[in-house]
Design a protein around this ligand. Structure first.
Ligand code: NAP
Length: 280
């Protein structure tokens, strides 16, 4: 028997439909939502992600400005542009794409994104507020993890969840959101001793590592739910997750696919956040 596929496509489509309707209302009222994506990289997977955001924004009636500062942009130039966009009343959401040039750190630069326009929860203020249980935009990928579990009616209260990865973009905010849902959360990372022993004791495993196929059948207990956040370049030019789906699917109770799982929900939530910011 193979695991149930927890697709994100249906959920993403319903978020996009609702978001497009709100965007149309705002546009009719003279306030067309606008997202600015600041890019300072020539990374191909980043370019792929930016193109998919721009396409989705256009379809939803949201303006999307790609602000390409070049892969050799200085931290000062990036900070200055983020500050200018924060001051621009026509811009409602701002994202800073990674990777960043050497010497530029996301955690440092993202504090130049106005909190109310921080639609991908990159400003440390957003993460701090999230941890304190105060309103803030969560990083869209972390929010997508919980949204996809909710959509497929996976119970979280009292369940033991392993989050593999502790980045400020995915692992840490996902852990906070799961705690808010009364899950018992264990956060794992590269120094975790015997990862398989930890994850195979859990009801839900969230893989947010960036290592293709790291999570195998040995990491998953029979019937567990597995969320694959990983987007790693595949040899055929496509994407593969952090989960070795061929070995995990026969063991897990349910598994999100890559592509078509967390990814589309992430993009849809980013647009929902942008429309929400435009409505303020
Ligand atoms: P990241 O910043 O590189 O963090 C990776 C995390 O994985 C780190 O905490 C690292 O531990 C941990 N790790 C590395 N090797 C490990 C190992 N062997 N065992 C256990 N933990 C290990 O990556 P990220 O930005 O969080 O992204 C994670 C993945 O999600 C990537 O594949 C990325 O492409 C994907 N992603 C997808 C979306 C989407 O929309 N679907 C959005 C964002 C990211 P240390 O802290 O100890 O180094």
């Amino acid at each position: 028997m193979s695991a149930l596929g927890l697709s994100g496509k249906e959920l993403a489509a319903s978020i996009r439909t609702e978001t497009a309707a709100r965007a149309a209302e705002l546009t009719a009222a003279g306030r067309r939502p606008k997202l600015a994506v600041v890019i300072a990289t020539a990374d191909e997977s980043s370019a792929w992600y930016v193109r998919s955001i721009a396409r989705a924004a256009e379809k939803a009636g949201i303006a999307c400005d790609l602000v390409d500062l070049g892969a050799d942009a200085s931290a000062e130039a990036i900070r200055a542009r983020l500050a200018a966009l924060s001051d621009d009343p026509a811009v409602h959401g701002i994202i800073l794409q990674t990777p960043l040039p050497e010497g530029a750190a996301l955690e440092d630069l993202a504090s130049a994104i106005a909190f109310e326009k921080d639609v991908d929860g990159a400003n440390p203020l957003s993460l701090g507020r999230l941890a304190a249980g105060l309103p803030a935009y969560a990083p869209a990928t972390a929010e997508a993890v919980v949204a996809i579990l909710d959509h497929h009616k996976v119970e979280l209260t009292g369940r033991h969840v392993a989050v593999v990865g502790r980045s400020t973009v995915v692992g840490k905010p996902a852990a906070h959101l799961l705690l808010d849902r009364n899950a018992t959360v264990t956060v794992c990372h590269s120094r975790t001793a015997d990862l398989a022993a930890v994850t195979s004791a859990c009801d839900v495993v969230v893989a947010a590592v960036g290592r293709a196929g790291l999570i195998t059948a040995a990491h998953v207990r029979p019937g567990a739910v597995v969320v694959d956040v990983g987007t790693n370049p595949a040899e055929d030019g496509g994407l593969v997750g952090d989960v070795d789906a061929a070995s995990v699917a026969p063991v897990a109770g349910a598994l999100t696919p890559v592509p078509g799982g967390v990814g589309p929900v992430t993009t849809a939530l980013l647009l929902r956040h942008t429309v929400g910011a435009a409505a303020l």
